[in-house]
Design a protein around this ligand. Structure first.
Ligand code: VGL
Ligand code: ZN
Length: 213
């Protein structure tokens, strides 16, 4: 798999709260940091996403009387899984993991900042209709193909990949550079959804820099 000048690496939600010790820790979440560091220099363009919720966000179980984390509820835009309070704006948990070193990242895209709607995907909020602006950014910058890595495979990575595909953008999930929350089989379910949508998984070892002339 050769990387071109207009390919983009999107590193999803590599934040303290999604790493071991965090409020919504993804098992082995920080294990992908060295893998991301290995592949990032192959890309001319890197973008980071940052889950960024106001306190009392509607995706937090604590906001809903009698509800526990990981239960589901119906909100105006559909079914929403409830989470422990996480990635609260300005908190330590919302910061990028201290070992993550991607100073070359050209954009930090924050999402989930509206109190009444969650946003897993980097492209659309959870109503699957309200755009984050990322598509416009990619178009204006001539970035054509996206490669996705980070956390969590079965939520933010997966939905970002599905939306990229829905928008007609070639997208690839770097499978070994992701980790899943894996709630009730959600990792297997997401893999099936991605495959069904025609999305390809690749491994970090398959990535190679474009041949220099
Ligand atoms: C995520 C659940 C809630 C993710 C974010 O980054 O996958 N999952 N907020
Ligand atoms: Zn979140």
């Amino acid at each position: 798999m050769h990387i071109n000048a207009n390919d983009l690496l999107i590193v999803i939600d590599m934040q303290n709260d999604f790493c071991p010790g965090g409020a919504l820790a993804v098992p082995g979440g920080d294990d992908v940091i060295p893998l991301i560091h290995r592949i990032a220099p192959l890309f001319a363009h890197v973008l980071l996403t940052q889950d960024w919720h106001p306190a009392g966000h509607s995706s937090f179980a604590s906001r809903h009387l009698g509800k526990q984390p990981y239960e589901q509820i119906e909100l105006s835009y559909g079914t929403q899984t409830l989470w422990p309070d996480h990635c609260v704006q300005g908190s330590h948990g919302a910061e990028f993991h201290s070992k993550l070193r991607l100073p070359q990242a050209e954009l930090i895209l924050r999402k989930g900042f509206r109190g009444e709607i969650d946003s897993y995907s980097a492209f659309f909020e959870n109503d699957r209709a309200t755009p984050t602006g990322l598509l416009g950014y990619l178009k204006e910058r001539g970035l054509a193909r996206v490669f996705l890595a980070g956390l969590a495979y079965d939520y933010c990575v997966g939905y970002s990949a599905l939306d990229a595909r829905r928008l007609g953008l070639p997208a690839m999930v770097i499978g070994d550079a992701c980790r899943a929350i894996d709630l009730a089989g959600s990792a297997v379910a997401m893999r099936a959804l991605l495959t069904q949508a025609g999305l390809q998984h690749i491994e970090t070892s398959e990535l190679a820099a474009a041949a220099t002339p």
